[in-house]
Design a protein around this ligand. Structure first.
Ligand SMILES: Cc1cc2nc3c(=O)[nH]c(=O)nc-3n(C[C@H](O)[C@H](O)[C@H](O)COP(=O)(O)OP(=O)(O)OC[C@H]3O[C@@H](n4cnc5c(N)ncnc54)[C@H](O)[C@@H]3O)c2cc1C
Ligand code: SF4
Length: 377
C-alpha cells in the first residue's frame, strides 16, 4: 500500500533532514491507506489514538480475531490465568483460571501458548510452581523475568511560526535511522530511530504547553495557547535498550491482585548506554528542528520511565542454559509450552516491537504446524 501522506509537518522536517544530509523515508504504519480485508481506508482525520471509526488503523480485534473466530476459535474474555498446570511427565496439562464471575476453572490442554507479553508472561511462569518446577515453569536457566528491556524515548518538539497541520492524519509520517547503527565515537553502542510524529491535537497541545511552562495560568493563557496550537511538530527518538540481567520482573512478596495471585514487581534502571543515547537523540533532533525552521524547542528525555514496550524476559535461544524458549518458541523445559510475545526477544531493536511480535507469532505458529506430528518429541 502507499505510505500515509507526509503532510505539512513531514515535509517541513524532511527539509531539515535534507539540509543536514541525513537520511529519512516515509514511515510504514499499521494503517490501511487502501481498502483492505473489509476495512476502509484512512481518511487522515487524525486523533487515531482515541480510536479509528474507519477501521483503517490495524489492531488485533479487527485483523486476526475475526478470522480466528470464523475458523472456530472460542474467545473467553475477562478471564485471568493463575497458573499453568503440569502432569507427572512434566508436560503442560492446562491452565487454572478465574472466569468473568471470579469462579475458578480448569481448562485442559494438549498445547499451551502464552502471549501475556513481557511482564505478564514471566509473572505467569513464576506463579506456575510445582514439585517438578519449584522455581517457576520453564525456568531451569533462571532467566524467566530477567533481561527486561523497555524502549527509552526522547521527545524533541519544535514550535514553528506557521501552521503545521500536524493534527491531521496518522501519528507518524516519516522515519530516520541515520543514527541506528553502532558508531563507537558516539560513546554508546547500538542506536535509535527518529519517528516524526506530526503535531498535537488541542488537548495534547495544552498539556505540553502547561508542563513545559509555555502556557501560563490566568493572564496570557489563551494567547500562549494560540501561539502553540497547530504550530508544534517534532519527533521521538526510540532507543535500543540493552538486555541486562539486573532489569527484572519478579513476584511481589506482598502485593496480590483481586484474585489473590501474586503481582509482578519490576526493577529497572536506565543504563548509562541508554542515557547517552537519549542525550545524543535530543542534541541531533534539536539540530534537525532548527534546520527545519523551529523557533523554540521543547524536549523530554526519557519520556516518563518508559515501559510501554516490554521485552526480553523469556529470551529465545538454542542453549537451554542461556535461554527460556528454543529457536521456534518452544520452552526448553516443557515440550508442549510455547511463548509468542515480546518476552522472547533477545535484543530490543530501536523500533516499536509489535510488528516483530506478530511476525514471531506467525513464525512460531508455522513452525508448530510443520512439526505437528513430532511436536512433543
Ligand atoms: C501507550 C502505548 C503505546 C504503544 N504504541 C505502540 C506503537 O505505536 N507501535 C508498536 O509497535 N507498539 C506499541 N505499543 C506496544 C504494543 O501495545 C505491544 O507491543 C502489543 O500490545 C503487544 O501485544 P501482545 O499481544 O504480545 O501483548 P498485549 O497486547 O500486552 O496482550 C497481553 C494480554 O495478556 C493478558 N494477560 C496477561 N496476563 C494474563 C493472565 N495471567 N491471564 C489472562 N490474561 C493475561 C493481558 O491482559 C493482555 O490482554 C504501545 C503500548 C502502549 C502501552
Ligand atoms: S487518521 Fe487515524 S483515525 Fe483517522 S482514518 Fe486514518 S487511521 Fe483512522
Amino acid at each position: 500500500m502507499p505510505p500515509v501522506p507526509m503532510g505539512k509537518s513531514g515535509q517541513t522536517l524532511a527539509k531539515g533532514f535534507n539540509q543536514l544530509g541525513w537520511h529519512w523515508w516515509p514511515s510504514d504504519t499499521a494503517i490501511a491507506t487502501q481498502q483492505y480485508d473489509g476495512r476502509d481506508r484512512c481518511i487522515n482525520l487524525g486523533a487515531c489514538g482515541s480510536g479509528c471509526a474507519q477501521g483503517a488503523k490495524a489492531s488485533t480485534d479487527i485483523t486476526y480475531w475475526p478470522h480466528a473466530v470464523r475458523a472456530g476459535v472460542e474467545v473467553r474474555t475477562r478471564c485471568r490465568v493463575r497458573e499453568i498446570t503440569v502432569n507427572d511427565e512434566g508436560m503442560a496439562s492446562g491452565v487454572a483460571y478465574y472466569d468473568e464471575e471470579g469462579v475458578e476453572r480448569f481448562q485442559a490442554a494438549q498445547v499451551v501458548i502464552v502471549a501475556c507479553n513481557g511482564v505478564g508472561t514471566p509473572r505467569l511462569l513464576l506463579n506456575s510452581t510445582s514439585g517438578k518446577f519449584p522455581n517457576g515453569l520453564a525456568n531451569s536457566s533462571g532467566l524467566v523475568g530477567k533481561n527486561l528491556m523497555f524502549h527509552p524515548y526522547a521527545s524533541i518538539q519544535g514550535v514553528f511560526d506557521e501552521p503545521m497541520d500536524g493534527y491531521k492524519g496518522p501519528g507518524v509520517c516519516i522515519w530516520s535511522q541515520e543514527f541506528y547503527e553502532t558508531d563507537a565515537e558516539r560513546g554508546f553502542v547500538r542506536g535509535y530511530t527518529y519517528e516524526i510524529n506530526r503535531g498535537r491535537g488541542p488537548v495534547a497541545t495544552a498539556l505540553t504547553g502547561m508542563f513545559s511552562g509555555r502556557i501560563p495560568r490566568g493572564e496570557g493563557h489563551h494567547e500562549a495557547y494560540r501561539r502553540l496550537f497547530n504550530r508544534i511538530t517534532g519527533m521521538v527518538g526510540i532507543c535500543e535498550d540493552l538486555p541486562e540481567e539486573h532489569n527484572t520482573v519478579t513476584l511481589d512478596p506482598d502485593l496480590k491482585d483481586a484474585h489473590g495471585i501474586p503481582a509482578p514487581k519490576i526493577d529497572y534502571t536506565l543504563s548509562e548506554n541508554s542515557r547517552r543515547m537519549l542525550d545524543h537523540a535530543v542534541a541531533r533532533g534539536t539540530e534537525v528542528l532548527r534546520a527545519a525552521g523551529a523557533v523554540d524547542i521543547i524536549t523530554e528525555a526519557p519520556i516518563g520511565v518508559g515501559g510501554w514496550h516490554l521485552m526480553g524476559t523469556a529470551r529465545m535461544g538454542t542453549d537451554p542454559q542461556r535461554s527460556v524458549v528454543n529457536e521456534w518458541g518452544r520452552a526448553h523445559d516443557v515440550r508442549n509450552l510455547f511463548i509468542v510475545d515480546g518476552s522472547i526477544f533477545v535484543t530490543s531493536a530501536g523500533v516499536n516491537p509489535t510488528r516483530t511480535i506478530q511476525a514471531l507469532a506467525l513464525y512460531v505458529a508455522d513452525s508448530m504446524k510443520k512439526r505437528l506430528a513430532n511436536l512433543f518429541d
